[in-house]
Design a protein around this ligand. Structure first.
Ligand code: PRT
Ligand code: ZN
Length: 284
């Protein structure tokens, strides 16, 4: 049995549960009011906690694995292994100042009062830039401190930037980018490692599927080589004869991020009846 900690309620909760659902893992009860539950079809126990506690629980072996924001992990500096970057919960840790304050690089922060919940990350940044500033540790609503006269700048999480804007602040520097991470205790038993590997296999199959499309088209035989060369597939494409003489059906898998460009080129090169189909699961 592998024990996984996820955020009980917050910005990472729904995406963490969705990751498990996409991996075909069913939970024995609805997680909304519970603190722990088990999967019915996979050797996984789920514990719901505050995100700030996850690195410590994973390091101490209270749980085997956890899903936590990189920002939280970097701040807590716990000895855990990052197993996978999960691609959700994306945000950045930024320095922001009142919109009319001058900023000409990190030296503008010299001697200022900076409010943050991320003291350690900020200290490291300032030390690396050789800047001395007064750090004020605040546990929440950091954005409001400049307008209250408590700070000259803030260092906080930003995603869309609308909270900064609403508080009359502007982003002046990004210090780190963050996303949700799957982290593990470094000393997992071989049995737990194996369950984790099975979970990762499913996560990868989903990610690969999301990042690719299946593409089919009809191609005149005399253009087959030219058209096959356009397709940025993983392997050479499959070619099947059509009943109509002189034509073939060409199938391939292409990366999601290039398929629009490829479509235009394929059409221009004489491909017809092009179909692009989503892939449910993909194992490389
Ligand atoms: O109760 P618990 O301690 O578990 O939760 P929490 O309140 O500490 O964390 P939560 O749920 O707010 O965030 C969990 C994680 O989500 C963070 O640690 C980040 O890794 C990630 N994340 C992604 C964010 C944001 N985006 C985000 N926008 N965390 C916080 N914010 C805040 C931001 O600070 C601002 O105040 O949301 C507000 C809106 O942001 P804008 O820029 O879109 O306006
Ligand atoms: Zn928290």
């Amino acid at each position: 049995m592998l024990r996984l900690a996820i955020q009980k309620s917050g910005r990472l909760s729904e995406d963490s549960l969705q990751l498990l659902r996409d991996a075909g893992i069913n939970l024995s009860s609805s997680p909304s009011r519970l603190l722990r539950t088990q999967a019915t079809n996979f050797p996984l126990e789920l514990i719901f906690v505050r995100d700030d506690d996850i690195p410590e629980y994973v390091e101490g072996g209270v749980v085997d694995v956890g899903i936590v924001g990189e920002n939280v992990l970097l701040e807590t500096l716990k000895d855990v292994e990052t197993v996978e970057r999960l691609g959700f919960g994306k945000c950045r840790l930024c320095l922001a100042m009142p919109k009319n304050a001058a900023y000409n690089g990190p030296e503008s922060l010299q001697g200022l009062r900076i409010a943050t919940s991320y003291v350690r990350i900020l200290e490291n940044f300032l030390a690396a830039q050789n800047i001395r500033a007064e750090i004020h540790e605040i546990s929440g609503s950091v954005e409001i401190t400049p307008s209250l006269g408590l700070a000259d700048a803030i260092f906080d999480i930003v995603s869309t930037g609308s909270t900064l804007l609403a508080n009359g602040l502007r982003e002046v520097a990004t210090v780190i980018e963050s996303e949700a991470l799957l982290v593990a205790n470094p000393d997992l038993s071989p049995e737990k490692r194996e369950i984790l590997a099975r979970l990762l296999f499913r996560i990868h199959a989903n990610r690969n599927a999301k990042n690719h499309r299946y593409i089919l088209m009809n191609v005149p035989n005399d253009r087959l080589d030219e058209i096959a060369a356009i397709i940025p597939g993983m392997k050479s494409p499959t070619v099947l004869p059509l009943t109509q003489p002189g034509w073939s059906s060409l199938h391939s898998v292409i990366p999601e991020n290039v398929f629009w460009d490829a479509l235009e080129q394929l059409k221009a090169a004489g491909a017809e009846g092009i179909l692009v189909v989503p892939i449910e699961r993909m194992i490389l």
